[in-house]
Design a protein around this ligand. Sequence first.
Ligand code: ATP
Ligand code: MG
Length: 373
Amino acid sequence: MILPGKTIGVLGGGQLGRMLAQAATQLGYRVQVYEPQAHSPAGAVAHREINAAYEDLAALTAFARECDVVTYEFENVPAAPLQAIEALTQLYPHWRVLETAQNRSREKRWLRDNGFPHAKFSEVAAGGDLGAAIRQVGVPCVVKTADFGYDGKGQLKVMAEADVAAAVGKFHGQPVVIEQFIDFACEVSAVVARSSGGEVRVFPISENIHTNHILDFAIVPARVPARVLAQAETLARRIAEKIDLTGVMGVEFFVTKSGDVLVNELAPRTHNSGHYTMDACVTSQFEQQVRAICGLPLGDPALLSPVVMVNILGEAWAKGEPKWEVLLAEPAVRLHLYGKSEPRPGRKMGHFTVRAADVEAALAKARALKAQL
Ligand code: ATP
Ligand code: MG
């Protein structure tokens, strides 16, 4: 067990690292953030921020020596330097988990090889025949770069034969994955935690509404049949066990119109759709991450109230500073801002949660408040 007072190292300085640092500090840990860019959201609330490149082995080594355990808050940390860290201190989730999840080809293959339900796909190596691979999967489909995708960046829907040429032009020379387009009924996700001792806890399933490929609303409890909830929870648990997770992982799913649950992606860290846990669960996903990587008993993920989370993107600044007082005047609303200075469109600047007696009331209120910002 890594007890309070010890030092947790976080690779990445974004909002997930910030909220992790806040939870860790609350439990009495020291936190060091390793992040290439100075003045990061996580660095602002940590005991120390180290600014160096992820490829800088000397800086990574010095960082690892000062930390009792290291974790990461986003997927695009190169996996190779993590091996160096794992030789010096404890690193969770293990670097192989990141290596699998950060590349869409490896992730999809892992799902297929381990028998988890997923959308049919094919892979194209750099310079391969994209047109032929698209025809193999069939139209409609979605072409996605194998590396460095997030918030729908590096994706193109191919809805008709006429779109194939555009896809070939856009992705020419890049390794890609082509997925069958799923005409889903809705999207849901699970945040699952597993400790080194093998204890597993799954937070309540969230129903996710995306706008322009970015999470807009997370609704809990998800408005899907109990059978779908149970299936998503079971899949998340089995994935955590099969991949030998130590830490926290977000699992995204498509729910088809016939009620099948397909795994979309894995994120070996806390997840945007799990932010509601901070305000509506006994334990937050960030505290759970601390507990899991430190070998502490896992916390109770039980839901205390129906809740809706709304992301606040840079667009909210289109007409000047958003009217925070609208949110702050509401007793059942909590506001979280990440301390980012530049509100660029599509950039996640913060979020708020709305609790209510039932989820429809929470959603109606959330939509109304978002419109007033
Ligand atoms: P993030 O990391 O933010 O989740 P991402 O860029 O990794 O985003 P995905 O989760 O693969 O991307 O896709 C983003 C969204 O695009 C999905 O949540 C879904 O709404 C839509 N989408 C992706 N793949 C498919 C598919 N095969 N069929 C239908 N819709 C899809
Ligand atoms: Mg996704």
